[in-house]
Design a protein. Structure first.
Length: 195
């Protein structure tokens, strides 16, 4: 597996731009579309915490275990959310896709399918990953449905696994897609984007 490097990914009406501090105001605006930080089971930053959110992502990139993007909807040119690779483990050719959130007005649109298609294509076809993982809060039922709709398989639940933004501890629902499953997942995502 190649080491993930900062790159712009584009297709299907979205562009994933390498996240930087210049995205601060745009991310605040995107998160404000629905006041997403009020969902206690997500990692969406409140306006006062957005700069620290970006810095944390960039620090993870410097340390080699994260690669963050800002998500631009090309139909409007607007930044509508953020996503990243995280828990990058070169030794086992694995990345996870997470810290994903979109403005309320873009949820249940083409944006998630398009972003996941770009990220999965890059992971499997460019980087040479053998597996791509996903995780979500046990109370984030919408996220669980969205991950399952991609074609990811549920691996299980890690109990008392990770701290939430509010300091409480969540169970994490774990999913993955293997390289051998990627052709069917890709076919499914392309079909979804045509609908």
């Amino acid at each position: 597996m190649k080491s993930p490097e900062s790159v712009t990914l584009q297709g299907h009406g979205v562009q994933l731009q390498p996240l930087d501090v210049g995205h601060l105001e745009d991310l605040i605006a995107a998160a404000s579309d629905g006041k997403l930080w009020e969902l206690w089971f997500t990692s969406v930053p409140a306006p006062a915490l957005a700069a620290a959110y970006i810095e944390d992502a960039l620090n993870g990139q410097r340390l080699g275990h994260m690669l963050p993007w800002a998500v631009r909807d090309l139909s409007t040119g607007t930044i509508v959310g953020s996503t990243r690779y995280h828990d990058i483990v070169l030794a086992v050719e694995r990345v996870e896709i997470g810290y994903t959130w979109y403005a309320a007005s873009r949820q249940r649109s083409h944006v998630n399918s398009a972003c996941k298609l770009l990220l999965l294509s890059h992971a499997f076809d460019t980087l040479g990953c053998q597996i791509v993982g996903f995780r979500t809060d046990n109370f984030n039922f919408r996220s669980q449905r969205a991950i399952e709709a991609l074609g990811a398989k549920k691996d299980g639940v890690l109990r008392h696994h990770q701290a939430r933004v509010d300091g409480s501890v969540r169970d994490s629902v774990m999913y993955s897609i293997l390289l051998s499953e990627w052709p069917e997942v890709q076919r499914h995502l392309l079909w979804r984007l045509k609908q």
